[in-house]
Design a protein around this ligand. Structure first.
Ligand code: AMP
Length: 583
């Protein structure tokens, strides 16, 4: 398969903002792909080489990639650099430079997908001494064989900036249409939810059809997409929703971890399914001692603990572990406790069993240790008892409670935010008592003291029905000088030249970003606003909901993917709860 066929599809996808059209182009592309290449084509379309949990990432520094363009085109590096600066995109710069150059010379060869994938893979894997030159050489080789359009996408891909705006769910839609039918999409999604690997699912479906997908099983070592919770504000309503009786657990404020054990080997996955084993050697150790099953997949929340008092510390303290070196020091300074709350596998797939059975199995395979414990839990049908338990949770340094269905159908809903789990946090006062998590989608350049840097950010929440990010406010307060200095660096990799297709905004930002960076804000209250698109038209025609006087709380939520941001539904509920309090 020629790489140019992929590029043609990318061009079309990039030119549309309509999800249905995008899906059609993907269907066409997948149908034209030989099945043995389908996994690679899916990963490339996602701008990656492997699923997230494998941990092999593209992301060659732009400076190096530009040197490869200079080599391939035979022009001075500074020319390429100034062109890149001018157009603000390494891909467009490479395209322009090669266009000019290629008019004069004939260029060799045609690139096929396998060569492109193989070379990008080598670039991603090359490490150690001499690796910089080796990477540049590999990339120069590819660019020398590429036409200008191909060069554009190669450059964006290799630097980790291929942002076609194609969501995982759109790829699933396209796979279902291409190789099964729309009605069977659920099966395709289930396979994805338990394997977390779109390429694998695509290839299996193309080669073995739905029968192949049905045989798809949970595998220790391959993360399962995590089950998420809905939110309500009153214990009464929550209990009613759950059928009058529920499991009530402390809601710990830390990092969700899915722990896989295969004999002595332990793997830890974050909520975004990255492999974070290296960050928690203490949890790994404890798991070896405390999990009695030979093979298991369990889930829990890891919380930072004050070594002097034993009190829980804010979630942010765990972020000290997001580093390559000095983990041991971080473990000493910021020890953590792990609270387990679910078992998905104990030698047998447990995900289709009701929650009480999974909890029983969890208790059977865990021997509690100091920093490795089961979540605090009661089962209750009494609102007063639940409210008392809620207060106890808050006193203990937790965020509130998680109420979970104990009905026959209370299965583990991989990858879904359903009503089987409902979080209960402090009720809202007339003011916004609680922070929300928002995604940065754009920025406005600063004036006065902030001239030359970012003045305010344009932030959005997540609409999980339509898979888009509508804006909810402009955010300019609460940033320390250090934050202000760091923000451009943090956001730089996500800069794009246009509004991202999944962003809904009626405001024009100075710079747009791919939705990626999640941060926590608090505001005075939620108000109706004609300029923000969150829940637009839902409360009042011609108005959305916005956060009034938003401030950054100082917490970057590196653990959250953009789709984990506060949802539009949650904002609507908060808005309505706020009205009730005022009435
Ligand atoms: P939120 O991040 O606000 O959507 O709340 C859901 C998160 O709460 C889950 O993803 C877990 O990380 C966390 N959590 C804390 N305690 C529990 C618990 N007992 N059961 C389930 N999730 C919990």
């Amino acid at each position: 398969m020629w790489y140019s066929e992929l590029v043609e599809a990318y061009e079309k996808i990039e030119a549309t903002t309509k999800r249905l059209e995008m899906t059609d182009y993907l269907v066409e592309l997948f149908k034209n792909t030989p099945s043995e290449l389908l996994d690679k084509v899916v990963y490339l379309t996602q701008g990656r080489l492997y699923p997230e949990f494998v941990g092999i990432e593209l992301g060659l520094a732009e400076k190096l990639a530009l040197r490869a363009v200079a080599n391939a085109a035979g022009v001075p590096v500074k020319n390429v650099e100034s062109e890149a600066k001018r157009v603000g995109d390494v891909g467009l710069a490479a395209e322009d430079i090669l266009k000019k150059k290629r008019q004069a010379t004939l260029f060799s060869g045609r690139l096929d997908v396998e060569t492109v994938y193989g070379t990008l893979d080598k670039i991603a894997r090359t490490t150690g001494e001499g690796s910089v030159d080796a990477k540049i050489k590999l990339l120069s080789g590819l660019l020398a064989d590429a036409n200008p359009k191909e060069a554009k996408y190669l450059m964006r891909t290799v630097t980790g900036r291929l942002r076609l705006g194609v969501a995982d769910m759109t790829i699933l839609d396209a796979l279902a249409v291409a190789f099964a039918s729309k009605e069977q999409r659920e099966l395709v999604e289930r396979a994805y939810n338990i394997t977390s690997d779109l390429g694998y699912v695509a290839k299996l479906l193309a080669e073995e059809g739905l029968e192949g997908l049905k045989r798809c099983k949970i595998t220790v070592g391959r993360p399962i997409r995590m089950m998420l919770a809905q939110r309500l504000t009153s214990a009464e309503e929550t209990l009613e929703k759950l059928g009058g009786r529920a499991a009530c657990e402390f809601k710990y404020d830390g990092e969700r971890i899915q722990l896989h054990k295969k004999s002595d080997e332990i793997l830890l996955f974050s909520r975004r399914l990255e492999n974070i084993t290296a960050q928690y050697p203490d949890v790994v150790d404890a798991a070896r001692r405390c999990i009695l099953a030979e093979d298991a997949i369990v889930e829990g929340e890891c919380v930072a603990v004050d070594p002097d008092t034993g009190d829980f510390l804010p979630f942010q303290e765990l972020m000290h572990r997001r580093r390559k070196y000095g983990i041991e020091r971080a473990v000493k300074e910021f020890p953590a406790s792990f609270f387990l709350f679910d078992a998905l596998y104990d030698g047998e797939d447990l995900t289709q069993m009701p929650y009480p059975e999974r909890r029983r199995r969890l208790e059977a395979i865990v021997r509690e240790g100091n920093n490795f414990r089961l979540s605090e839990m009661i089962t209750s049908d009494d609102v007063n008892e639940i409210e008392r338990f809620f207060e106890l949770a808050i006193e203990s340094g937790c965020e509130g409670l998680m109420l979970k269905s104990i009905a026959e159908d209370s299965v583990y809903q991989a990858g879904a935010r359903g009503w089987l789990w409902i979080k209960l946090k402090r009720s809202y006062q007339s003011k916004m008592a609680e922070p929300i998590d928002v995604v940065v989608v754009g920025t406005f350049m600063g004036k006065g003291r902030r001239a030359g840097t970012y003045g305010a950010l344009l932030v959005a929440v997540y609409d999980d029905d339509r898979d888009v990010f509508p804006t909810v406010c402009k955010l300019g307060s609460g940033f320390s000088d250090k934050d202000l200095e760091n923000l451009p660096k943090i956001l730089e990799p996500y800069k794009i030249g246009h509004k991202h297709p999944r962003v809904e905004s009626s405001i024009e930002a100075d710079i747009w970003f791919t939705p990626a960076v999640v941060l926590e804000i608090i505001g005075d209250e939620l108000t109706l606003s004609p300029v923000h698109t969150c829940a637009f038209g839902q409360i009042r025609e011609g108005a959305g909901i916005a956060v009034r006087f938003p401030r950054f709380t100082g917490r970057f939520r590196e653990d959250k993917a953009p789709e984990d941001a506060t949802t539009v539904k949650e904002i609507v509920e908060m808005y309505q709860a706020q009205l009730k309090k005022i009435e």
